[in-house]
Design a protein around this ligand. Structure first.
Ligand SMILES: O=C(O)CCC(=O)C(=O)O
Ligand SMILES: [Fe+2]
Length: 319
C-alpha cells in the first residue's frame, strides 16, 4: 500500500510574467479546490526577509513585560502575547497605509525609542506586499471571468493591508511535544487574500474538502497565497477560503510573515450579480467590520479551537 499522502501539491506561478491560458486554468482549479497556491519571482528578496527576521527577533526577545507595552491592553495594541492564539504563538502587527508610521509606533511602545532600520524595512515590505496583492487580485478576477477585471477599481480600490510578524516557540522538551503541538489552531483568514512568507521549518497545513490535513511544504523563495473569507464571500464561494493551521513538529523556532489584504471596514460585502450568475446566492450582504467583530468575539479565550468562518456569520441556507 502506498504511504498516505501528507503534502498537498500546489501549482507555482511566476508572478513576474503574464499567465498563459493554461496557467490561468490551473490557478482557477487551485482556487476552487484549495484556495491556496504558490508564487515565485515576487520581488521580495531573501535579503529583505532576512533583515526583517533579524530585526523582529530582537523585539521578540525583549522581556515579557516590555513586550506587553505594545500588548492588547496598551495604546499601541500591536503585540499579541502567548496564550491568546496559542501558548506557542506571539505576533506583532504593522498596518498600512503608512507602514513606516505603524512600525514606528509599535517600536516606540516596545523600546521607548525608535529603530529606523526596522521601520524602513517594514515600509519596504508593506509597500511591496500591497502592490503584489493588487496584482494577484487582478489575476484572480480574470480567473472569475473576463468581465470582472473592471470590478477592480470600483470594488477593490480601497483595500488596505497589514503585516503580521509571527513567532512560534514550541516547548523545549521532545517529551512535551508528543506528536506535535498546534502553533496556530484551525482558522480561515479574515482577509481578501493573504500572502505568507514561511521559513524552512514547515508546519503550515490546509484542510481538504473531505477534512484531511495536508502539509504545505516550504520551498525556498516561494510565497504561499491563500484566499480569505472576504473574497470568498464576494465571489459567492467561487474562490475558496480554506481552513488551515500551523502544527509544530520539531523543537525549533518557526518564523513567518503574513500579509493580510482586506476590504475597508465600512464596505458592504455583497457578491455582484455577474459573479453570482445562475448560481444561488450563498451569502447575505454584510458589513466588513461587523464580520471582523464577530470573529474577534468568538476567538477570545478559545485559542484551542477557533473554527468560526464567514459561513457561520453570513451563510444563506448552510452557505
Ligand atoms: O505562520 C504561517 O505560516 C501562517 C499563519 C497564518 O495562517 C495566519 O497568520 O493567519
Ligand atoms: Fe491564516
Amino acid at each position: 500500500m502506498p504511504a498516505p499522502k501528507t503534502s498537498v501539491h500546489l501549482p507555482v506561478f511566476d508572478i513576474s510574467k503574464s499567465l498563459t491560458p493554461s496557467s490561468m486554468a490551473s490557478l482557477s482549479l487551485a482556487c476552487k479546490e484549495w484556495g491556496f497556491f504558490h508564487i515565485i519571482n515576487h520581488g521580495i528578496s531573501k535579503d529583505l526577509y532576512t533583515k526583517l527576521r533579524f530585526l523582529s527577533y530582537q523585539l521578540f526577545s525583549l522581556p515579557y513585560d516590555r513586550k506587553l507595552k505594545a500588548g492588547p491592553t496598551s495604546n499601541a495594541k500591536t503585540y499579541t502575547p502567548h496564550f491568546i492564539a496559542s501558548p506557542f504563538f506571539e505576533s506583532l502587527r504593522v498596518s498600512g497605509p503608512d507602514f513606516r508610521a505603524s512600525a514606528q509606533s509599535s517600536v516606540e511602545a516596545l523600546l521607548n525609542q525608535t529603530n529606523s532600520e526596522f521601520c524602513e524595512v517594514l515600509r519596504e515590505y508593506g509597500v511591496k506586499m500591497r502592490s503584489l496583492s493588487k496584482k494577484i487580485t487582478e489575476i484572480l478576477l480574470m480567473c472569475l471571468g473576463e468581465d470582472f477585471e473592471r470590478e477592480f477599481e470600483s470594488e477593490f480600490s480601497k483595500c488596505e493591508g497589514y503585516v503580521r510578524i509571527n513567532n512560534y516557540s514550541p516547548p523545549e522538551s521532545r517529551m512535551a511535544m508528543g506528536k506535535g503541538v498546534e502553533g496556530l489552531g484551525m482558522h480561515t483568514d479574515m482577509s481578501c487574500l493573504t500572502i505568507v512568507y514561511q521559513d524552512d521549518v514547515g508546519g503550515l497545513q490546509v484542510r481538504s474538502k473531505d477534512g484531511k490535513w495536508l502539509d504545505i511544504d516550504p520551498c525556498e523563495e516561494t510565497l504561499v497565497v491563500n484566499i480569505g473569507d472576504l473574497l470568498h464571500a464576494w465571489s459567492n464561494g467561487r474562490l475558496r477560503s480554506s481552513e488551515h493551521r500551523v502544527v509544530l513538529k520539531e523543537c525549533v523556532n518557526r518564523f513567518s510573515l503574513a500579509f493580510f489584504w482586506c476590504f475597508e471596514d465600512n464596505k458592504v460585502i455583497f457578491a455582484p450579480d455577474e459573479v453570482v450568475g445562475e448560481d444561488l446566492r450563498s451569502y447575505r450582504p454584510f458589513l466588513c467590520s461587523d464580520y471582523l467583530r464577530f470573529r474577534e468575539n468568538n476567538v477570545r479565550g478559545r485559542f484551542e479551537k477557533v473554527g468560526f468562518t464567514v459561513k457561520d456569520f453570513a451563510g444563506i441556507g448552510g452557505g
